[in-house]
Design a protein around this ligand. Structure first.
Ligand SMILES: Nc1nc2c(ncn2[C@@H]2O[C@H](COP(=O)(O)OP(=O)(O)OP(=O)(O)O)[C@@H](O)[C@H]2O)c(=O)[nH]1
Ligand SMILES: [Zn+2]
Length: 215
């Protein structure tokens, strides 16, 4: 295997875990565009025809956005917290955080919603930051399980709350558009820490709040 590719793969692995992803072996934009031209030709079309001439540029720009999570640190997002919460010591739940990610097996989208709850200790984080954390990890190559645990761990480590609960539901296009072709099948993953893990009653409350009071 080519050395650049090898080091790319090694750094991509460490990036997925680290707070500030760094990839010293990142290919140039021109190399990325050339790779898109190769894939177009391999699919069977002519990359030189008019309609496809600008496509490699567009695809690389789209990748910049879809995979922007490799260049953002979850720690930075969560480092601003607010202390004026009075006597509040109960669950904060952010429901229905929609996300788009790409499965690391086929690089096709999986699309769904994340629901995240935590029990703050003295300080809370801005609600939008929970959604930003979901986006950071969603905008990487993922499995749904890894996405679920990365979001949970980032919140758990940064806020040190009494507990974190997460439920992710998604439809995987690799199952809908190709392979087994089961459109409409959804995958649900959950993970709990602290009081959510230790107290089944809190898991029940989390699940009922997810279902309850829908507009
Ligand atoms: N656990 C898990 N599996 C996933 C996820 N996204 C895709 N997959 C599965 O990854 C598996 C890859 O299986 P392979 O047998 O290596 O690849 P494949 O021959 O393309 O598999 P098929 O999709 O069954 O055609 C498939 O079963 C996918 O459904 C995910 O987020 N989590
Ligand atoms: Zn897949």
């Amino acid at each position: 295997m080519d050395a650049v590719l090898k080091s790319l793969m090694a750094s991509a692995k460490s990036e997925a875990e680290s707070a500030v992803p760094v990839n010293p072996a990142r290919p140039s934009r021109e190399e990325a565009e050339a790779a898109v031209r190769t894939l177009i030709a391999w699919a069977g079309d002519d990359p030189e025809r008019e309609g496809l001439l600008d496509t490699p540029k567009r695809v690389v720009r789209a990748y910049e956005e879809l995979y922007s999570g490799y260049r953002t640190s979850a720690d930075k997002i969560l480092d601003r917290t607010f202390g004026e919460i009075g006597n509040f010591d109960d669950m904060v739940l952010v429901r229905d955080i929609e996300f788009h990610s790409h499965c690391e097996h086929h690089m096709v989208p999986f699309i769904g919603k994340a629901h995240v709850a935590y029990f703050p200790v003295e300080r809370v984080v801005g609600l939008s930051k929970i959604a930003r954390i979901v986006d950071i990890f969603a905008r990487r190559l993922q499995t749904q399980e890894h996405l679920t645990s990365q979001i949970l761990t980032a919140i758990d480590e940064a806020l040190k709350p009494r507990g974190v609960a997460i439920l992710v539901e998604a439809e995987h296009m690799c199952m809908a558009m190709r392979g087994v072709r089961k459109a409409g099948a959804s995958t649900v993953t959950t993970q709990f820490t602290g009081v959510f893990r230790d107290d089944p009653q809190e898991q029940v409350r989390f699940m009922s709040l997810l279902r309850g009071m829908r507009p």
